[in-house]
Design a protein around this ligand. Sequence first.
Ligand code: SAM
Length: 296
Amino acid sequence: MPVPTDPVPWADRVVLGDGLAALAGVPAGALDAVYLDPPFFTGADQVGDRGRFEDRWPTLEAYLAWLQPWVAESRRALKPTGWFWLHLDWHAVHYAKVMADGVFDRRHFRNEIVWAYGGRRMPSAMRFNQKHDILLLYARSAAARITPLFLPWTREEYLALKRQHVHTEPDGREWIWGHAGRGNPRAYKIDVKDAVSRGRAVTSVWDIPILNTSDHERVGYPTQKPLELLRRIVAASVPEEGIFGDFMVGSGTSAVAARQLARKFIVADQSADAVRITVERLESTGAQVREGPWTY
Ligand SMILES: C[S@@+](CC[C@H](N)C(=O)[O-])C[C@H]1O[C@@H](n2cnc3c(N)ncnc32)[C@H](O)[C@@H]1O
């Protein structure tokens, strides 16, 4: 099998093996974004119809000691304008935040994204139902800029948020008063149609439904994330022609998102099931599988 001769031979790959080793093999300063969705320190192995992975560490300290080099290698692999996403939940995120601050510098922490996923509610007297994950977002340096994202919305949704009286001109055009902001008394007219067509700017709270048991996206791998979540991550932090990395790719959601958005990628997982599913999902997008030292 000939060795690939691409200008960036480690890009557009699915690697079967240790993700940390794959990450360490990426040249320094090469990636636009790294997304890591590690085991969450739940204390229980995660089992699906097609695949499983371990999520047991003897102590929280042992878990953080395992995770720290992943964060440090991610930082090394990022361009100065790059982004690091660490996806966790209540089990360890607060401790991991302190650890990641030590690697990236607290000043480069840009967002705590709340992925609010909804799902079945079973009221409990012990605590509120836990229905969100946290994504910690770090910039590699002060030079990093995200691409703002916008979602479509209806006139009714826009007006419900604005809570303003709607004025109507004789020609039917609708407008509301807008205000320049804190400490600035200036008011101006906002054309309702224009504002609705610009879309709703995405904030730090992302309402994206979790994949339910019979969801058409489901591939049987445990903890599979929705494509919409990964499409937002790629679209916001990887420019066109940019390169994205995920070294715990699981069912390949991020690779599919990168492919759909025409970004280059390198992804890895130590689970053969995960890599097989990832390659299958990529092939179903029409991509060609390459054999050799790389799986894809
Ligand atoms: C939470 S899952 C990722 C799920 C993925 N985001 C998706 O949408 O399907 C975590 C993954 O980390 C992988 N993993 C854990 N340790 C690893 C290691 N040392 N190298 C590569 N992958 C690893 C597991 O095999 C598992 O697939």
